[in-house]
Ligand binder design. Structure first.
Ligand SMILES: C[S@@+](CC[C@H](N)C(=O)[O-])C[C@H]1O[C@@H](n2cnc3c(N)ncnc32)[C@H](O)[C@@H]1O
Length: 285
């Protein structure tokens, strides 16, 4: 068994947190995700998962299913497309949705990539880049001739709003035509983490920074006037009480606002003169 390096903490440790919940769901008899690679990695990590994070929560796998559905839809219309996973950590989406043709670029902080490469080896179709997603340098690795789908699952809530804005503006400027899928947390949950309240019996998640609700779509359009599409994506529990409760809650806008939201943006062509400014300042912090 390979033990996780003890210096993996802070925001990189969140990759272990999400892996745990996904892998446990995959191990359940009626689990909603099929993810042998996540299970394999999970079994190889020597870490007090349950003691630290508490009982497994299905919500993580529910989010994963929504992200997989969107990436599969993209790949069915663009089988030779490229997917960029920002802040991928120990996410194994590449294995779940692979069509044998897609090119994949994983971007994570150096500690995140070091951890990932203990379990996942890059190859000709799957590259890893150890860098901050706020640094637009990763966009140089995107082939402008191939359709591009950017996934940022569990990442943007850790960035201040101005950096989220600059990142979206830089993508809009550099990668017109790209899609981008990401989740956002409600304000109460962000406040919870800022107060240092626990996310598990012995786990305090790093403080989040940015929160958003559905109505943020209008703000995205202001930030990036070239946006061709700004939609929310529903996530569903497969059955049972939670599914019915979620459907009920969704009928009430005030209640929708207290739930996480998944956004899908499509960047249109741009010829705005100010876009270069946004690009230079994305990593100016
Ligand atoms: C909550 S985990 C999510 C991992 C994976 N996307 C998932 O859903 O399982 C957050 C990941 O984002 C990475 N991360 C945090 N800040 C980052 C940044 N500025 N640039 C790139 N990666 C970052 C962390 O190292 C970690 O792997």
């Amino acid at each position: 068994m390979s033990a996780i390096a003890p210096d993996v903490g802070g925001v990189e440790e969140t990759a272990v947190w999400t892996l745990y919940h996904r892998a446990e769901e995959a191990l359940r008899r009626n689990g909603i995700v099929d993810d042998p690679k996540a299970v394999e990695i999970y079994r190889r990590i020597d870490y007090p998962f349950r003691r630290r994070f508490g009982p497994p929560q299905r919500a993580f796998a529910v989010r994963t299913l929504a992200f997989d559905r969107e990436v599969r839809a993209f790949l069915s219309s663009a089988p030779d497309g490229q997917v960029v996973g920002l802040g991928e950590g120990l996410e194994t989406q590449r294995y779940r949705v692979d069509n044998g043709r897609v090119a994949w670029l994983t971007v994570d902080l150096p500690d995140g990539i070091r951890l990932r490469e203990r379990f996942i080896t890059p190859d000709a179709r799957h590259r890893h880049l150890a860098t901050d997603a706020r640094d637009p340098g990763w966009m140089d690795l995107v082939d402008p001739a191939r359709p591009c789908f950017i996934v940022a699952q569990g990442l943007l809530m850790y960035l201040p709003e101005r950096e989220v804005r600059r990142l979206l503006q830089a993508v809009g400027h550099r990668l017109p035509g790209a899609w981008m899928l990401f989740d956002a947390m409600p304000a109460w949950l962000v406040r919870w983490t800022r107060l240092g309240l626990p996310a598990g019996p012995r786990y305090v998640a790093p403080a989040m920074s940015w929160s958003a609700r559905e109505s943020q779509r209008a703000t995205f359009r202001r930030w990036v006037p070239s946006l061709a599409e700004a939609e929310t994506v529903e996530y569903e529990y497969p059955s049972g009480f939670t599914r019915r409760a979620l459907a009920g809650v969704r009928r009430w806008p005030a209640l929708r606002a207290v739930m996480p939201t998944v956004f899908r943006l499509r960047f249109g062509p741009t010829d705005e003169p100010g876009a270069g400014e946004a690009l230079r300042s994305v990593s100016d912090r």
